[in-house]
Ligand binder design. Structure first.
Ligand SMILES: [Zn+2]
Length: 289
């Protein structure tokens, strides 16, 4: 059974039934052989409010089935608008109510903005990993960085106590050293060029992890099969399965990244021990489940 470190509930349709009970999410988890899902709030950021679901909603939803649903909390780094602001009261409260991490962090800010570094540091002190989305679009959401992700690297060095969980198109495009300029927030296809920022930073910095969720994670894992198998093998101790599925109708539809990992297992392309870590054991250890 898998652990999905990247799940959502919330208003993606005009009704809000997902908030009232979580049976749709549980049905989807059963169909996809997911034992536990980490549920991520989004709407503490104005950029994430399209999916109306804040930390209180997530904590309430997870209380319906605490054995299978794990809450994360979210704090906007601009809260108080001061890089010295103390988030202890919030982190203390959320930790005491079962939250295991901070995310999905996706404000439209530079990754190493001092207000962000302040939040990362404080999350680390509480043993909470920070799951982020990185995108490079003029509108929308997502933390920003330049090619090669120097701002992420600065944060990794500045916050050694904090585990960062990478996610999103701009993050995953950098699995390759060659990123077509018009594809920095897209889904670049074709062979991966060695020397990309993702493998380089994951190799250099113990505190950089990643989840395989969404179209961006799936694209990065399937654009160059031989590279991916080596990548999954090398970083088997800090990659985690995730779906980022936002629709209640998904129970009947396939989960592409799960199917991809199943195929690697069936074909023996990646050792079962590595797949077990990626699909559940790494999340269990990181989040102390
Ligand atoms: Zn997400």
């Amino acid at each position: 059974m898998r652990i999905d470190v990247h799940g959502h509930i919330g208003r993606v349709m005009p009704d809000r039934r997902e908030f009232i009970d979580v049976t749709a999410l549980i049905a989807k988890m059963d169909a996809w052989k997911i034992e536990k899902t980490v549920v991520l709030p989004l709407s503490e950021h104005p950029e994430g409010a399209y999916l109306q679901c804040n930390t209180e909603d997530v904590i309430a939803a997870c209380a319906w089935n605490p054995r299978r649903l794990i809450p994360f909390c979210l704090i906007d780094p601009r809260y108080g608008n001061d890089p010295r602001i103390d988030f202890t009261h919030l982190l203390e409260e959320y930790a005491s109510r079962g939250c295991k991490g901070v995310g999905e962090l996706l404000p439209k800010m530079d990754f190493d903005d001092e207000r962000c570094l302040n939040l990362y540091r404080q999350a680390g002190r509480f043993g909470m990993p920070v799951l982020f989305d990185m995108q490079d679009r003029p509108n929308g959401y997502g933390l920003r960085d330049s090619l090669g992700m120097p701002r992420l690297e600065r944060a990794l060095r500045a916050c050694p106590e904090t585990v960062f969980i990478g996610h999103g198109p701009t993050f995953w495009a950098e699995i390759s050293a060659e990123v077509p300029p018009d594809q920095r927030s897209g889904y670049p296809k074709g062979p991966v060029t060695a020397g990309g920022a993702v493998p380089r930073l994951m190799r250099l910095h113990e505190n950089l992890w990643a989840d395989l969720s969404a179209g961006s994670g799936y694209n990065a894992m399937t654009r160059d099969r031989n590279f991916s198998i080596e990548f999954l093998d090398e970083f088997q101790d800090k990659l985690m399965f995730g779906s980022d599925s936002c629709r209640r109708s998904d129970a009947a539809s396939p989960c592409p990244i799960a199917d991809f990992l199943d195929e690697l297992r069936r074909s023996g392309s990646l050792r079962a021990e590595a797949l077990d870590k990626i699909e559940s054991l790494n999340a269990t250890a990181l989040l102390k489940l």
